[in-house]
Every structure is written in C-alpha cells, then in structure tokens.
Design a protein. Structure first.
Length: 175
C-alpha cells in the first residue's frame, strides 16, 4: 500500500473539517425551527381541545333536543291511548279501569270479554249517561268540578245532564 492519498480521499478530508462557525449557525437554525414547530404544536393542541369541547357541547344540546322530542311523542301516544280506552269503555259500557290495551282491536276484544264475563250484551251509552258502570252493572257516578260544568257547551251539558244530577245528588261536585 502506498502512503499517498488519492484525490477522492483528499476531497473527503477537506469536507470533514467544516468551519465551526458554519456548524454553529446550522445548529442554531435547526433549534429555532424546532422551537417554532413546538410552539405551533402547542397552539394546535389547544385549538383541538377547544374544538372537542364545542363539539361535545353541541352533541349534548342535540341529545337534549332528541330526548325532549321522544318524551313529547310518548306523552302524545299515552294521551291517544287513554282517549281511545275512554271512548271504548263509554260505548261498550265497561269500566274504564279494566281496559289495559293500547290499540283499538285489543281494547274491543277486552271489552267484549268483560261483557261476556258479566253476561251482558254490548249496549251503547245513551246521550244522557256516560255508560260507564261498576262491576255490578250499576251506573258509575262521575265527579265534576264547578269549572268543568261551567265550561260545557249547552249541547254537552244536555248530553251529560243525567250524570251531573247523579253527581250532585251523591255530593260529587266540587268547587
């Protein structure tokens, strides 16, 4: 082997000994870029956290609205079922408390079964009575308030007159 350096080795030797000032400048440049990126990452993390909070708040409001809608729909279904039970109890002449179904077919079947058990045939209620009876078949005496009676139309009052008089005689009209 020879002790002489080849031209490639000389160029490597020259590039291996860089200027210390240039190296320090390059190090400072990369440190500054690193710090700038760290600061930007912190800002992005804060903004991402704030965005998550806003999305959570909006999701909560949406969930509240959905819950309110579901509750309102349930109340409407319950009111419709109560009205249907009341109508069928009145027309079939069976106690309202014994009807438990939520659809018309089931309620009619329950009313027919109650009438068969009682041994009676269905009789629609006349206009002067609610048609609701006790389990023994006696007319159920309704209760009224003065405000309910005052709010009745003349036709409604005439239709419920017998019930109102029975309630009055039984002391079931309250203030």
């Amino acid at each position: 082997m020879s002790d002489e350096a080849t031209p490639a080795e000389e160029s490597v030797a020259e590039t291996v000994t860089p200027d210390p000032a240039a190296l320090q400048a390059e190090i400072d440049k990369w440190k500054a870029l690193s710090r700038k990126n760290e600061e930007q990452a912190k800002q992005n993390a804060e903004k991402a956290l704030r965005l998550d909070q806003i999305e959570e708040a909006n999701k909560t409001e949406l969930q509240k609205a959905q819950d309110a809608l579901n509750a309102a729909q349930q109340r409407a279904q319950d009111a419709e079922a109560r009205a249907l039970r009341s109508d069928i109890a009145r027309t079939k002449g069976v106690p309202l408390e014994l009807l438990t179904g939520n659809d018309e077919t089931t309620l009619h079947a329950q009313a027919e079964a109650l009438l068969a058990f009682r041994g009676a045939t269905p009789s629609p209620a006349g206009p002067a009575s609610s048609g609701v009876t006790t389990p023994t078949g006696e007319p159920l005496i309704p209760s009224f308030t003065d405000a309910q009676i005052a709010a009745m139309s003349p036709d409604e009052y005439q239709a419920r007159k017998a019930d109102i008089y029975r309630a009055r005689d039984a002391g079931r009209i309250t203030l």
